[in-house]
Every structure is written in structure tokens, then in C-alpha cells.
Design a binder for this molecule. Structure first.
Ligand SMILES: C[S@@+](CC[C@H](N)C(=O)[O-])C[C@H]1O[C@@H](n2cnc3c(N)ncnc32)[C@H](O)[C@@H]1O
Length: 255
């Protein structure tokens, strides 16, 4: 059931509007004035007509987040967040350092993975970006285990014995010595980068610093359009979605 204060999504195949059920009237882009009291007590998934449009009332989800989240820097694609969590073996209770909150898409996915017992320490250089990320993380309901900090993830961090160190920043190689100090033995370093030049430089620096079990991949999701009598790949598919490079810190890596 929807309660006062909840965030909801008014969704149909053409739009996804984020709305807080504050109990007051709100102006919603494309819809005009909406009395949010009418949603209180409604089951999630309900259908509703507003103006000349029909909507389903949904809980904000990570899968749909790109459709409604507040935009700052370019977000990572949701499918990539799952691969990152898998490649770093991140699980409930883990403690992670993240570099570059951006709009908070990856932050939210990491927070969901570590759960209430874990922690995500996010370093973001630009305060305004951290504010965008904060709004998105809280809207999605994942703020409880989050420790956001304005700062440089390549600097002298206070965290120790971290299970993973994940960065989405332009110069991941600059974060490797810090990661070596902050990670526990067996912890994973992972960088997400959009170009092969960054892959090469990161990979070489990881090898030079003694990271083990290095792996690099490109993940492209190919969505399908399913119609009666015709099933084909979507024309909207991404041609390129960045690369991930991961490695394991073993004891004896950079001190
Ligand atoms: C592409 S965005 C990250 C997007 C984010 N992963 C998401 O899914 O929304 C990169 C972010 O890294 C931040 N950044 C760049 N270098 C950094 C550093 N050395 N330490 C901390 N943040 C950094 C930028 O300010 C920017 O907000």
C-alpha cells in the first residue's frame, strides 16, 4: 500500500513521472496539477487515469531509474551495475569504497547489494554531483548504508579492509595505490571506463602494482522487439557501453 511520504512513479510506455506522495497538490510535467492524497492507501501496481492518459502507479525501481532519475553526469547503464557487482563478488554486509558518485546510479546498485549490514563509502569531487546522487539514492530508498563524502578518491582515504574498490572516474590508474592500501587481501578493484586507451593504461598500472586475476570485458545488452509475426533486435540498442577492468589485491600488493 502507498503511504504518505512515499515516492511513486506514474508510468506508461511513453513516460515515467516521479512524484512524492506528500499529501499536497503538485504540478507534474505533462499532467498539470495532481492531488497526491488520492494515492494514499492505493496498492502499488494500480491503474489510474489522469487527464487523457492512463498510468500504472509503481514503486521507483533501479531497473527503470534512467527513465525518471535526476540527471547530473552521465549515468552507468543498469545492466552494467549488475555485472560490476558480480565481477567484484559483492554481497550483503560488504564494505565498499566507490569513486565518482556522478548521478548515483551505481551508488544505488551497490547500496542495494550490500544491504543494511554493509557500507558504501562514496567519494565525489564535485559537491553538486553528490547532491544529485543524494536525491536519486534517497528517492530509490537506499540511503541507510551510505557514507557520502566530498573528496578525491585517489587521495589518502581513512577506510581499511574494504571488500571492493569501484571507480567510475576518468583516471582510474590514479586510484590504484589508494586502492592497494584500502582493500583487504583478496578484495577487488574495478574500474568502468568508456575508451580502450583508459583500459590499456589502467590494466598496465594494475599489473605493475601486482594486482592479480586481471580481467577486462565489454558488456552490451541486445534488447529484442517482440511483435506477432516478427521478432527482431531493437534499433535502439547501444552500440557501445564502456569497459570494465577488475583485479584482485593479494597481500604483498602496494602497501
Ligand atoms: C561518469 S560520472 C559517474 C557516474 C555514476 N557512476 C553514475 O552511475 O551515476 C564521474 C564522476 O566522477 C567524479 N570524479 C572524477 N574524478 C574523481 C576523483 N578523483 N575522485 C572523486 N570523484 C571524481 C566526477 O565529478 C563525476 O561526478
Amino acid at each position: 500500500m502507498i503511504s504518505q511520504g512515499d515516492w511513486i512513479i506514474l508510468w506508461n510506455p511513453d513516460s515515467a513521472e516521479l512524484l512524492n506522495v506528500s499529501g499536497e497538490t503538485k504540478r507534474v510535467p505533462g499532467l498539470g496539477i495532481v492531488d497526491t492524497k488520492r494515492f494514499v492507501g492505493m496498492p502499488y501496481g494500480s491503474s489510474i487515469d489522469l487527464g487523457r492518459q492512463s498510468y500504472h502507479v509503481l514503486r521507483p525501481s533501479l531497473r527503470q531509474a534512467p527513465e525518471f532519475m535526476r540527471r547530473g553526469p552521465q549515468i552507468i547503464q543498469p545492466i552494467m551495475t549488475s555485472v560490476i557487482i558480480h565481477k567484484c563478488d559483492i554481497k550483503s554486509g560488504d564494505r565498499i569504497v566507490e569513486g565518482g558518485a556522478g548521478s548515483g546510479m551505481l551508488t544505488a546498485a551497490l547500496l542495494r547489494a550490500v544491504g543494511d549490514r554493509g557500507r558504501v563509502y562514496t567519494y565525489e569531487k564535485v559537491e553538486e554531483h553528490l547532491e544529485v546522487a543524494r536525491f536519486n539514492v534517497e528517492t530509490l530508498g537506499f540511503g541507510a548504508s551510505w557514507v557520502p563524502r566530498v573528496g578525491d578518491v585517489t587521495g589518502d582515504l581513512e577506510e581499511r579492509d574494504m571488500d571492493a574498490f569501484v571507480v567510475d572516474i576518468p583516471q582510474p590508474w590514479d586510484a590504484l595505490e589508494t586502492a592497494g592500501r584500502v582493500l583487504r587481501g583478496g578484495g577487488a578493484f574495478l574500474a568502468y571506463v568508456p575508451t580502450t586507451n583508459q583500459v590499456e593504461r589502467t590494466h598496465n598500472a594494475m599489473r605493475a602494482l601486482g594486482f592479480q586475476d586481471l580481467e577486462c570485458s565489454e558488456i552490451i545488452e541486445r534488447t529484442m522487439v517482440v511483435n506477432d509475426g516478427g521478432i527482431r533486435p531493437s534499433f535502439k540498442g547501444l552500440g557501445h557501453n564502456g569497459y570494465i577492468i577488475r583485479g584482485t589485491k593479494t597481500v604483498g600488493n602496494p602497501a
